[in-house]
Design a protein around this ligand. Structure first.
Ligand SMILES: C[S@@+](CC[C@H](N)C(=O)[O-])C[C@H]1O[C@@H](n2cnc3c(N)ncnc32)[C@H](O)[C@@H]1O
Length: 270
């Protein structure tokens, strides 16, 4: 177990790292901010198909980074609130919202503290691609999701598969190093960030945690949600792991096809 002091250090280190990533990501081809400003959606087929028509629905986006996905949902007619730990990310998200004349709101806080800052309940709670690995335990996370969902509301997560987080990607070829059920914190320090193609010299210092699919599902069930579906996908919209190949859809898969890169869960508050 990590002590409260160490946990605070982990969150503040992660915040500092994410603050540094914002400007680099905003200038990257990966995030294509120019295309986004011209109207391109940053959303992918998985979440678009899972959530369907969001027009007129309220949507809480957890760990929204600098808001591209939140604002893409806004463009589709959802009334959005985005939450993120990084003040630089929230600053940029708010300025994009103003520049694009949209009506999303953004809140800077630890996602686990969302209910202290956001009091309304939502038709949809959404989170995607690189989220729960920053959290030490899913129990308070799932509890908060249940609190923030309106009755009949839907939760949807699509994120990288826990098998993908068993590997150490700082060595080449990646080594299977971390336990599927590992509870201990994982600390990584490396040059660069996933969105910059090796150009940036920033040092990413990151504390993370692995969570099994069972942990994801049981945390949501224990918080009172009904699980509607669990999916596993071989293809990721993002080329963020070594040795992936592009498929016909333009998504990325392991050349070996040995394990899925993504999982997705849909749950409802009855
Ligand atoms: C990989 S990004 C999420 C991906 C997102 N879909 C996007 O648009 O790229 C991870 C985000 O989680 C945020 N984050 C990390 N730890 C957090 C925490 N404890 N509470 C809230 N946000 C956190 C980071 O600041 C970052 O913006």
């Amino acid at each position: 177990m990590i002590s409260v002091m160490d946990l605070n250090k982990a969150f503040s280190t992660n915040k500092e790292t994410w603050n540094q990533k914002v400007a680099i990501h905003a200038a990257s081809d990966f995030y294509d901010l120019d295309g986004f400003k011209k109207g391109k959606s940053s959303l992918n087929s998985y979440e678009l198909e899972a959530l369907g028509d969001v027009s007129g629905k309220s949507l809480l986006h957890l760990q929204c980074h600098f808001g591209q996905d939140t604002l893409s949902w806004s463009r589709l007619g959802a009334e959005c609130v985005g939450v993120d730990l990084s003040d630089k990310a929230i600053e940029l998200a708010k300025s994009l919202n103003d520049e694009l004349n949209l009506d999303a709101q953004f809140v800077c806080c630890n996602v686990l503290d969302t209910s202290k800052f956001v009091k309304s309940q939502f038709d949809i709670v959404f989170t995607s691609y690189g989220t729960i690995g920053w959290l030490p335990s899913l129990k308070p996370w799932a509890q908060m999701i249940a609190e923030r969902l309106a009755k009949g509301g839907q939760f949807y997560i699509v994120d990288f598969h826990p098998i993908a987080w068993m590997f150490d990607y700082t060595v080449s070829p990646p080594e299977m190093k971390y336990g599927y059920h590992q509870k201990e914190v994982i600390y990584d320090e490396y040059e660069g960030t996933y969105a910059d193609d090796g150009k940036s010299k920033m040092i990413s210092k990151e504390y993370g945690w692995n969570h099994s699919l069972r942990d994801v599902l049981t945390s949501l069930i224990e918080a009172g949600l009904h699980i509607d579906s669990l999916d596993e996908f071989d293809a990721s919209p993002y080329d963020v792991f070594p040795d992936l190949e592009i498929n016909k859809q333009g998504y990325f898969e392991l050349k070996t096809k040995q394990y899925p890169l993504l999982f997705a869960v849909k749950a409802t508050k009855h």
